[in-house]
Design a protein around this ligand. Sequence first.
Ligand SMILES: [Zn+2]
Length: 437
Amino acid sequence: MILRFACFSATLVVSSITVPAQQTSPTTANAIASPAPIATPAGITDPEGATRAWLDTMPANEKARSDAYFEGTYWLILWNFLVTVAIALLLLTTKLSARIRDLAAALTSFRSAQAGIYAIGFAIITWALNLPLNCYEGFVREHQYGMSNQTFGAWFGESLKALTVALVILPIVFAVLYSIFRVAERTWWIWGTIVGIVLTMALTIAGPVFIEPVFNKYTPLTEPTIRDPILALARANEIPVQQVFVVDQSRQTKRVSANVAGLAGTTRIALNDNLLNQCTLPEIREVMAHEMGHYVLNHGAKITMSLAIFIFVGFALAAATFNRVIRKRGPRWGVNGIADPAGFPLLMLIFATYAFLLTPIANTMSRTIEREADIFGLNAAREPDAAAMVALKLGKYRKMEPTPLEEFIFFDHPSGRSRIRMAMDWKAARLPCGETR
Ligand SMILES: [Zn+2]
């Protein structure tokens, strides 16, 4: 649960725009020289018609494939939820959770260490039980749709690395959390909220520095024809960075992505090697300007505050339900109360249900800030046609034209249609530039 939570916060804070790579791989030099494949006329007056023209450039078979891929993610939200519920019920009803706690108690009499040892057993069992669905979602499906070149060995190796990270973080979190639960049996949910918020912030700050290098390598970008325009954009928007980093994500995926992460002195701009090799300079500038928007508009702080509210409400719900369920079922499950680590699967069950029901709200919040970053990106990069091209490339794995209800429930970024419309609205407004006035 914590691992997924870590990914959740990292995904939100280190927000990225992703595009699947094209089959051909132009070199970086080619990327700079080649113009955008198509473009709308300079003086468009009909943004709706221009949007339609861009959308119609997508071949029907590509659109059908992208729709199928994206609609698959709707079901995956449900399957992931059901698997988490099943794992929680299995751990509780078979008393497996109570047995892990008993084993921990046999190994040491120190209560905090017992919670830490329980966390190790819990992490390994939930990792193993989640493996089939994770394998389908992260490996089989990605290959079915041509999104990844990764071998199974490499994929599995990364899954083991993720487990190792969990085995370092979870025991510490459990030791702290259950030490607090033992002394605050009535106000545990308020303290739980505080631990949850501190953990979210710690992972946000430490993630890019300590966790991401476990999976990928970050090297400074040396190509001046790409680096200098990105640094110029950063300088113009008061982003305190001296260099741009390249992350070798082509090892895992064909998608293009970029991010601006960190706080104050640790601010880092990074783009992945797919973006560098597969997009034109105007497209790279547009993507980087979007990422810079997240930084300038303080989206990291806003998301952290929203998460704090989500965590608080989640613990309040847990406070309202946990003890009631344990009074009824606790003896059968061998769980004694909130201070007993064996009850953790019930907490996981409550939070998973809450997060599942929260999906449309969380997606709408994410989509709203992504829209803000899009508008910032258009104003900063001033490349509406490149923005439309990027939206089309994103359309290789994100449904271009969903219904409004679909967009509300499932889209954590604006749909391709919304993004192209924004770009065309911007273009139709024909803002004057300083030089032409
Ligand atoms: Zn974004």
